[in-house]
Design a protein. Structure first.
Ligand SMILES: Cc1cc2nc3c(=O)[nH]c(=O)nc-3n(C[C@H](O)[C@H](O)[C@H](O)COP(=O)(O)OP(=O)(O)OC[C@H]3O[C@@H](n4cnc5c(N)ncnc54)[C@H](O)[C@@H]3O)c2cc1C
Length: 368
């Protein structure tokens, strides 16, 4: 009997887990969806803790493989030089067909464009780029050689590892149609539309973004899917009965309100349940789509400055998670609260916030 240890689950050796459920939580606007996805996976066995990230290795989107095969004039069931022994179709389904590689862009004579992580869509994907090469079939092998393996996508654990056979993710999904083809994130498409299928996942530790084990109060500031790790924190504390209050300041676009009514918070029901159970002590939702003008999390901190100072005096730890613009502005917003409420100088306030950052009392997680 082979007693050698099993290889650790990693990007090179991911675990196949079933997508057990996917619920559309909110559609803020056409093509701007938030989903709650449950994987039949044991986060504890995978060593994934609240604050950690789950890596998902996405298969190509429906239509991308067929499109590349057709654009290159290949036979999907036959191998090509670049694919070794593998049939082209199967090989392509493991490649990065959404974010074109630099090599592919150069081969197509296109200036390298920023990828979808930093640019607003529409972004050309690999198929758009290949389709723009006039003699693509003649260069099929050279083109295939530019296609790298699919890059893993990151999603924060949004449940407690104590929940057996359940690993939740909050997933932003942005499907749009362009030039006759559906465009969307590869991993978000898999997670939200392929319930019952498998996803290949692996843990990505994030030791700087962990629940304190001393029962400190938590000031949690999130936008959009950045609520994910805080959902994990709250569920973990709810299940362990750990002491400490939690105040969530949540910025979102909300949904509904088309007929002139109020827009609804994506996680309204969850927040009410968490408040009732005591795992959440306070929640303030800032909606950027309000009829009477947008409201942002920074304004909530300013408006409730005296409460922020009370929580800080009580030893609260501060966490911010979400888009880069919000997370990077939180240090400045907190410093402004200190200036306004304590009457200290801007320099002193900035130094105070930097001290929290260095000591880990202020933890930031950017979804870039
Ligand atoms: C530490 C960390 C934690 C994160 N946690 C979360 C989380 O919990 N939840 C979450 O939702 N995100 C999270 N993110 C962000 C997430 O990893 C990225 O948004 C990732 O790109 C999503 O992968 P995807 O395959 O769905 O989209 P990608 O394929 O990477 O595409 C990115 C975006 O571009 C759009 N797009 C892609 N190709 C095209 C095209 N050709 N034309 C037009 N539009 C296009 C997609 O719709 C998508 O919105 C996290 C990021 C980090 C770094």
């Amino acid at each position: 009997m082979d007693t050698s240890p099993l290889p650790a689950i990693s990007a090179r050796n991911p675990q196949q887990v079933r997508i057990a459920a996917a619920e559309l939580v909110a559609r803020a606007a056409p093509g701007h969806e938030t989903w709650l996805v449950s994987l039949a996976a044991d986060a504890a066995a995978l060593g994934i803790e609240p604050g950690d990230t789950v890596g998902v290795i996405p298969p190509a989107l429906a239509g991308q493989v067929e499109g590349v095969v057709a654009a290159l004039g290949l036979v999907p069931g036959s191998p090509a030089r670049a694919t070794g022994d593998q049939p082209v179709g199967a090989w392509l389904s493991t490649r990065e067909l959404s974010i074109p590689s630099m090599k592919l862009l150069r081969l197509a004579g296109l200036a390298p464009a920023p990828g979808p992580h930093s640019a607003a869509p529409p972004v050309p994907d690999a198929l758009d780029v290949i389709a723009s090469i006039p003699d693509a079939p003649a260069q099929a092998d050279a083109i295939l050689a530019t296609l790298r393996p699919a890059a893993p996508r990151a999603f924060s654990l949004a449940s407690s590892p104590r929940e057996e056979e359940r690993l939740d993710l909050i997933v932003g999904h942005h499907p749009t149609e362009r030039e006759g083809r559906m465009r969307a994130g590869v991993a978000s498409s898999l997670l939200t539309t392929a319930v019952g299928a498998n996803a290949a996942i692996f843990p990505i530790p994030n030791p700087q973004f962990r629940l304190p084990d001393d029962g400190s109060d938590l000031l949690l500031i999130a936008t959009g899917t950045g609520y994910g790790p805080f959902r994990a924190f709250l569920r973990e504390r709810g299940l362990t009965g750990a002491p400490g209050r939690a105040w969530l300041v949540y910025g979102e676009r909300g949904s509904g309100g088309e007929g002139g009514g109020e827009r609804r918070s994506a996680f309204e029901d969850e927040f009410s349940a968490a408040l009732a159970s005591g795992s959440l002590s306070r929640v303030d939702v800032a909606m950027s789509t309000r009829q009477d003008g947008p409201r942002y999390v920074q304004e909530v901190l300013q408006e409730f400055g005296p409460d922020v100072v009370d929580w800080l005096d009580a030893g609260a730890r501060i966490y911010a998670c979400g888009n880069a613009g919000m997370v990077e502005s939180i240090g400045g917003a907190l410093a402004q609260v200190l200036v306004d409420e304590l009457g200290i100088s801007a320099g002193e306030a900035v130094a105070q916030v930097e001290g929290w950052r260095e000591s880990g009392r202020l933890a930031l997680d950017v979804f870039a």
